[in-house]
Design a protein around this ligand. Structure first.
Ligand code: COA
Length: 708
């Protein structure tokens, strides 16, 4: 037996414990160890039943995703996988009881489904999350689960990847009993009850497989939901196909089909990208020069300055995590408006079933409106979310520095301004940091954490931890104009506008980007955020524009006409009362006129060019950001774009996408754009270097990386 699996005897019950911490992934050694332990238990006359349980905090979180990565990159598998183990469990002549705590996910649930019985702690969860990795269950999950849980639940679990609670699993027939108190003792007692009883196998059951008539609407609805909610993802559609196959094929044939589809998924670009995202989300939490042990400061109360859209959303973020918030505005009317907005947002969440009324009432009690800065004297952290202007920000920070206790962290929600300059208004620059939330702050998962040159490690460690606590993906970035996300977004949106000015219709530009997988087109995004926001920033920075370098014309002119986007009912598009975008021929006509006046040549533009121009503009700027050390790794940029800018996860983020296309090809295309459109398309030196040496962004590390 391997070290990863232990066999002990508890009276007449053999207990097999999986010990591959932290999450008991089924990597090399585990499956072999399980097979060996099972053989021994079967041969041991003292044992009349077998319990399989996970050591540590969970049952089994699935197959080892690192192993998938190795196989994806062409290496031979180091483990046979579950396929030969599971029939051996089913065929065991002694009842096998699976004892589940924590999670039985992916291969973990497939392992459990092969047992004759399953018991679990009430707080356990079971799920088939493989689709989130671009995969499908590959060890019988799509065939056994519908036989145990019924078609509707099985298809939902396999296609969405969302887990269900132990209580739901019990109700559905996936579990046989919930065990309060000691799981192992309960599982052993249960095993004793079933000694000598039949040993049911999921594979033999068919009573829950429905009929073609009852199943047809279930599969149609699942396909429809997958198309809407997981647009562009291949794995959910494959998972649905396989559950459907379970309803019409004999078990073994279903398994064969599952295997074939699993392999197709495993070697797909989508799966590679999504596995990159899985590890990426965890990697961004690791900052090379700030070890995990760096002590974080306790944050038990927070002040938020500014009760506008962002400030209100940020207050909700902290309140939702149970952290009391003082919300400050300059006058009572603004404060009342801010609180009313928060209440309205919460009411919508209750209506949509996201929160209960009781939860909302508790959260609202945690948000205390105030007009007085002095009330911030005792808070542990302040997030400033006032209007985007340096003079105002500095004034606020100078005041915060005076009223807040020494040691309190002062964070700015600025989306573009220099953290160093803001910090210079205080006597505690080590405690000043950027926490750039994305709108709507209570919904979007991304938090860019901006490190100024004086920001202390403890301040950073604290903010990274706070991000996790409030359910955000915190990504540490360096201080520069626009940081990572907005700095890259600028050339992306610039190209979208140029394309319109060169002859594409606004809706054609947005459609091409939407079809590429972006949550929204670049122009519609501008309308949503408010075109006036960029207009104001451009006015502030106009003096930095290089003379003679082409600038987009249209948005400034739309703003001059009062077309700020959704909030004024018109921008690039017209909007109806439900804020649905309607193409506006007037805009196209105006742009044609402005373009003619500016002497911009008009031509036919293909969707492929639209995608390359916009996405490679992102990539080129991303390469500079990487080279400058503003982002620690390419994956940090990817995670920012997936969580803050609606980049499709199945493409892995802009930098991963570029690696997938091939940097040589990307570089070549950028050189073509340079020829045609001039210096805005100067290729980033890092891109050129990697293209010439066959490197990738994913593998690139700047020596001494530090986002400072
Ligand atoms: N294979 C390999 N490593 C895994 C893993 C798996 N199936 N599941 C988790 N890990 C690793 C994580 O990468 C992380 O490693 P790190 O500490 O080096 O960064 C560590 O285990 C802990 O995981 P983490 O996600 O940080 O812990 P958590 O408590 O927040 O969440 C889970 C635990 C199980 C809910 C979560 O890890 C998860 O969803 N895992 C994947 C499940 C899955 O998709 N299974 C199907 C595989 S086909």
């Amino acid at each position: 037996m391997t070290d990863l699996v232990h066999l002990t005897q508890q009276g007449d019950v053999a207990v097999i414990t999986i010990n591959n911490l932290p999450v008991n992934a089924l990597g090399p050694g585990v499956i072999e160890g399980l097979a060996q332990a099972l053989r021994q238990a079967e041969a041991d006359k003292r044992a009349s039943a077998v319990v399989i349980i996970g050591g540590g905090r969970t049952f089994v979180a699935g197959a080892d995703i690192h192993e998938f990565q190795r196989v994806m990159s062409g290496e031979a598998p180091r483990t046979e996988g579950l396929l030969s183990l599971l029939p051996a469990i089913e065929a065991c002549t002694k009842p096998v009881v699976m004892a589940i705590h924590g999670n039985a996910f992916g291969g973990g649930l497939e392992l459990a489904l092969a047992g004759h019985y399953r018991v679990a702690t009430p707080d356990a969860q079971v799920g088939q999350p493989e689709v989130k990795l671009g995969l499908i269950p590959g060890a019988g999950g799509t065939q056994r689960l519908p036989r145990l849980a019924g078609v509707a639940l099985a298809v939902e679990m396999c296609a969405t990847g969302n887990p269900i609670s132990a209580a739901q699993a019990l109700k559905a027939g996936i579990l046989d009993r919930l065990i309060e108190g000691d799981l192992l003792a309960g599982a052993i007692a249960f095993a004793r009850e079933v000694i000598g009883k039949p040993r049911p196998k999921a594979r033999d059951r068919s009573e829950k497989l429905g009929t073609p008539e009852t199943n047809a609407p279930i599969f149609a609805a699942a396909r429809d939901a997958a198309q809407k909610k997981q647009r562009g993802w291949k794995s959910p559609q494959v998972a649905i196909e396989l559950v459907e196959a379970a309803t019409r094929l004999p078990f073994e044939e279903g398994l064969k089909l599952e295997q074939a589809r699993f392999r197709e998924c495993l070697f797909s670009d989508q799966s590679k990208a999504l596995v990159h995202v899985f590890f990426g989300e965890r990697e961004v939490a690791k900052v090379p020069d700030i070890p995990k042990e760096t002590p974080a400061l306790p944050v038990n109360s927070v002040g938020v300055v500014g009760a506008g859209t962002m400030g209100g959303g940020i207050a909700m973020v902290f309140a939702n995590a149970g952290i009391p918030v003082l919300l400050r505005e300059v006058d009572q009317a603004a404060l009342d408006r801010g609180m009313a907005n928060i209440q309205k947002n919460y009411a919508t969440s209750v209506q949509r079933g996201r929160f209960t009324q009781q939860f909302v009432e508790e959260r609202l009690r945690l948000i205390k409106p105030t007009l007085a800065f002095d009330s911030f004297a005792d808070v542990d952290m302040v997030v400033e979310a006032v209007f985007e202007g340096m003079a105002l920000k500095k004034e606020v920070f100078a005041q915060l520095d005076k009223v807040c206790r020494p040691g309190a962290i002062l964070a700015s929600n600025t989306s573009t301004l220099s953290i160093d300059e803001i910090a210079s208004a205080t006597a505690r620059p080590d405690a000043v940091i950027g926490t750039h939330f994305f709108s709507p702050a209570n919904v979007m998962r991304l938090l860019e954490i901006v490190r100024g040159k004086a920001t202390g490690k403890q301040t950073i460690a604290t903010c990274m931890q706070v991000a996790k606590r409030v359910g955000k993906v915190g990504v540490l970035v360096g201080n520069c104009r626009g940081f990572v996300g907005n700095r890259m977004f600028h050339p992306y949106r610039r190209e979208a506008q140029f394309l319109v000015e060169e002859g594409a219709n606004p809706e054609a530009v947005d459609q091409a980007l939407y079809d590429f997988g972006m949550a929204m087109g670049a122009l519609a995004t501008g309308d949503l955020a408010g075109l006036d926001v960029g207009w104001r920033i451009r006015k502030e920075y106009r003096h930095l524009e290089r003379p003679g370098v082409r600038q987009p014309l249209t948005e400034d002119r739309l703003c001059e006409m009062g077309r700020y986007g959704q909030k004024t009912g018109a921008g690039w598009y017209k909007y109806d009362e439900k804020r649905r975008a309607i193409p506006d021929p007037e805009v196209t006509q105006l742009v044609r006129r402005w373009a003619a006046e500016a002497g911009i040549e008009q031509r036919k533009i293909t969707p492929a060019e639209i995608v390359d121009r916009c996405i490679f503009a992102l990539v080129n700027e991303g390469a500079r950001i990487l080279e400058e050390g503003i982002a620690l790794r390419a994956v940090d940029i990817d995670i920012i774009y997936l969580n803050g800018y609606g980049f499709p996860a199945y493409r892995g983020g802009p930098m991963w996408y570029a690696d997938t296309v091939g940097l040589k090809k990307v570089y070549g295309r950028i050189c073509e754009f340079r020829e045609r459109h001039g210096e805005l398309w100067d290729p980033a030196p890092l891109l050129q270097q990697l293209a010439e040496t066959g490197g990738t962004f994913a593998a690139f590390r700047k020596p001494q990386t530090a986002a400072a």
